[in-house]
Write a protein that binds this ligand. Structure first.
Ligand SMILES: [Zn+2]
Length: 383
């Protein structure tokens, strides 16, 4: 018995934040690069020697017709024998996901396009729009004086086709930013200085604090769904500034706009994020990325999050990037953790069995369907 999602009574899932997978043929080194957030690892060590790497060899090997705990070289050899299309199809179709909300702002090599991702997964794909990327594109095409109006009109044009907007302000300056909206005059002045800086640095990377606030406030003005990276990520991040509770004043200030805030990943600030979701009606959270990395500790991290997060405020995401294995493992870790946590509460008499089942259905899919306006057939309700 190999276990895995096929062996559970899992409900369907909505993955409300993920990325596409690569269709490239990967050798061991190419595969391992997707097993870490690090830009490099210590010489002579393997990325497989981690809970994430061990999790792949334990839980993903059976889907390639291998025994659990196969060695990395045998795993990669079998993967190459099957080829990328078959590997992607096997893992993506095993996720039991009805909808994938895909952030295309960050792409793996040779990315699977939307139609192929839908075919391989059997899920509907919806697109998430990256705010900082849009600001970088708009600013490259207009003088600083025109930037505020040009950005607002681009956003107004593109936002209706996006299921959510996403910001990586946690990476670009952190959550402790001034919570007030800047004036257009402030933004123009900042855009002038930023344009000069871009010319000197020969790249256009938005890290100006005034423009970042402007972008967030412009998004908030639309009353859309706003995904915010929080907690762990790659080394571009300064982790202590990725604590979302540093932005409590901002969340409070935008409550009246009708914006829904979705905090992504959150670990190790999942307890702070759970608190925010408990006290603000418009704040939600997930544990995407984190559950894959903490592996067998996923149940504990989920239980810590659910100490305070109302059942209607927690969503599922894999934040999988590049490897179809990470989509599958994300779904598996989440499902096993949720089943474990809820089963314990049912056994202890804390939850009635039927209520426990409805909590699992809410967290796995129901909350996302409600928040994103997805009905059972995958249509998006507008307005
Ligand atoms: Zn992501």
């Amino acid at each position: 018995l190999t276990g895995g999602l096929a062996g559970t009574e899992a409900d369907a899932l909505v993955d409300h934040h993920c990325h596409t997978v690569t269709n490239a043929e990967l050798d061991r080194d190419g595969f391992e690069r997707y097993l870490t957030e690090a830009h490099a690892v210590a010489a002579g060590t393997s990325r497989f020697d981690s809970l994430l790497g061990a999790g792949v060899l334990r839980w993903c090997a059976p889907l390639l017709d291998l025994e659990p705990h196969v060695g990395p070289d045998d795993y990669i050899a079998r993967r190459r024998e099957l080829g990328p299309s078959e590997v992607n199809r096997r893992f993506l179709s095993a996720c039991r996901t009805t909808d994938l909300l895909v952030d295309c702002g960050f792409q793996p090599a040779d990315p699977l396009d939307t139609a192929s991702l839908e075919t391989a997964s059997g899920a509907r794909v919806h697109h998430v729009l990256r705010l900082e990327t849009l600001a970088e594109e708009v600013s490259a095409g207009c003088p600083p004086e025109d930037f505020p109006e040009a950005f607002r009109s681009s956003l107004l044009e593109l936002a209706p086709d996006a299921i959510a907007l996403k910001s990586i302000v946690a990476y670009r300056g952190g959550f402790g930013f001034d919570p007030r909206p800047p004036t257009d005059a402030d933004v123009v002045e900042a855009a002038r200085a930023w344009t000069k800086q871009c010319e000197v640095q020969q790249r256009r990377r938005l890290d100006d604090p005034v423009i970042l606030r402007f972008v967030l406030w412009s998004a908030a003005g639309l009353g859309h769904r706003l995904q915010l990276h929080a907690g762990l990520g790659d080394p571009d991040l300064r982790l202590h500034r990725a604590d979302p509770s540093l932005s409590s004043d901002f969340f409070e200030a935008i409550e009246h706009t009708g914006t829904t805030v979705l905090l992504l990943h959150c670990w190790p600030y999942h307890r702070q994020a759970a608190f925010l979701s408990a006290v603000y009606p418009h704040v939600y959270l997930d544990l995407g990325l984190a559950l894959n990395f903490v592996g067998p500790r996923a149940r504990d991290v989920l239980a810590e999050t659910m100490e305070l997060a109302p059942f209607a405020k927690l969503l599922y995401s894999s934040d999988a990037f590049g490897l179809a294995e990470l989509h599958y493992l994300g779904a598996l870790r989440f499902t096993m953790a949720l089943e474990g946590v809820v089963a314990k509460w049912v056994t202890d008499g804390e939850l009635a069995p039927a209520y426990g089942a409805s909590v699992k259905a809410l967290v796995g899919a129901g909350n996302a369907r409600r928040v994103y306006g997805l009905d059972e057939t995958g249509e998006v309700r507008h307005g």
